[in-house]
Ligand binder design. Structure first.
Ligand code: TRP
Ligand code: SF4
Length: 328
């Protein structure tokens, strides 16, 4: 039997997960569990790099994220699920890698330059923020991961990881394989206001939203901006509600809406009601599973403790090899 390839990825606990996260990263991870040896973790130390001034919410968001993950279908039987800060070995490897990582590699990291501009309300001129990719490299190579499923914005970090692993191997002998980025396609899911769905735009539908919350949000969604009155014909091709239909409604409904909208045979209010019902149906199993885990915080905790045990075993083994290679 050939050994299963190892996959590793993480998410920063910066808020509740929404439909964009579900159709992007999460559904991809859920599929990968069937085929690979998967490690998925909540990167709470990474959340600290930008939120070090206000840390109060990180552990709350971590707990919520555990429930979102389990609700969506990540399975403790198939994957090792854990929290970064529970595995102190990441920090030790981070320290050693920081000794061999040239600062210019970090300064020219596009994500770094980008974030400094975007988050100009925060003081990010810290050592930890510059070293973000070094910690990420430690996260990845401590498990000798073969593949790292990430969005396009994270590809430069996996690239730096490969360079750091190569440099380590060159200096101290072959310990680490070079991991490959596995690009996750970002789904075209726009938020309620037709901008990209994001918690910072306050336009998202969350996995934790109840049926009622969802219905209310959808009733406020922007439709074809040129369709002012019910008697005006609309254009589904420029309407975000129609994009949602395409994802959550059956083909018959999609065809009917497509025709009726164009001849003002259906109004936006009714159109949204149909879509909202279908979306709520789609998300129901996730919501119910989420509620199940939400009511059992001890079970959730123990799932992540078991995941930590599995992760720690691998991380300890790697660190023994690292200490021997570095001779310290
Ligand atoms: N930086 C990643 C993000 O913001 C999160 C992350 C931390 C990660 N460590 C990782 C992703 C290791 C993949 C592998 O999305
Ligand atoms: Fe959009 Fe539906 Fe209104 Fe047409 S009827 S504009 S598809 S919400």
């Amino acid at each position: 039997m050939t050994k299963k390839k190892r996959i590793l990825s993480g998410m920063r606990p910066t808020g509740p997960l929404h439909l964009g996260n579900l159709h992007g990263a999460l559904s991809n991870w859920i599929k990968m569990q069937e085929e690979y040896d998967c490690f998925f973790f909540i990167a709470d130390w990474h959340a600290l790099t930008s939120d070090y001034e206000k840390t109060g919410k990180i552990s709350l968001y971590s707990s919520e994220m555990m429930i979102d993950w389990l609700g969506a279908g990540l399975s403790p039987e198939k994957s090792s699920l854990f929290i970064q800060s529970n595995i102190k070995e990441h920090a030790e490897l981070f320290l050693i890698l920081s000794m061999i990582t040239p600062v210019p590699w970090l300064e020219r990291n596009p994500t770094y330059k980008d974030q400094i501009v975007q988050l100009s309300n925060k003081d990010l001129s810290t050592f930890g923020f510059l070293g973000y990719p070094v910690l990420q490299a430690a996260d990845i190579i401590i498990y000798k991961a073969d593949g790292v499923p990430v969005g396009v914005d994270q590809v430069p970090h996996v690239e730096i990881t490969r360079e750091i692993a190569r440099r380590f191997n060159y200096l101290y002998g072959e310990v680490f394989p070079e991991p490959k980025a596995i690009l996750t396609e970002t789904p075209k899911i726009l938020g309620l206001d037709r901008r990209k769905m994001s918690k910072s735009y306050n336009n998202a539908i969350y996995l934790s939203d109840s049926a009622k919350d969802i219905a209310t949000k959808i009733s406020r969604m922007i439709t074809d901006p040129n369709r002012a009155r019910k008697n005006d014909p609309g254009d589904p091709d420029v309407c975000n509600v129609f994009d949602f239909h395409k994802r959550y409604s059956d083909q018959n409904t999609i065809n009917t809406i497509n025709e009726e909208c164009r001849k003002a045979g259906i109004g936006c209010v009714d159109c949204k009601k149909i879509m909202s019902k279908n979306l709520i149906n789609f998300i129901k199993p996730v919501y119910e599973k989420r509620e199940y885990y939400k009511a059992k915080p001890d079970l959730v905790k123990s799932i992540f403790m078991d995941g930590s045990e599995k992760a720690r075993k691998v991380a300890r083994q790697t660190m023994a090899e690292v200490r021997e290679a570095v001779k310290i």
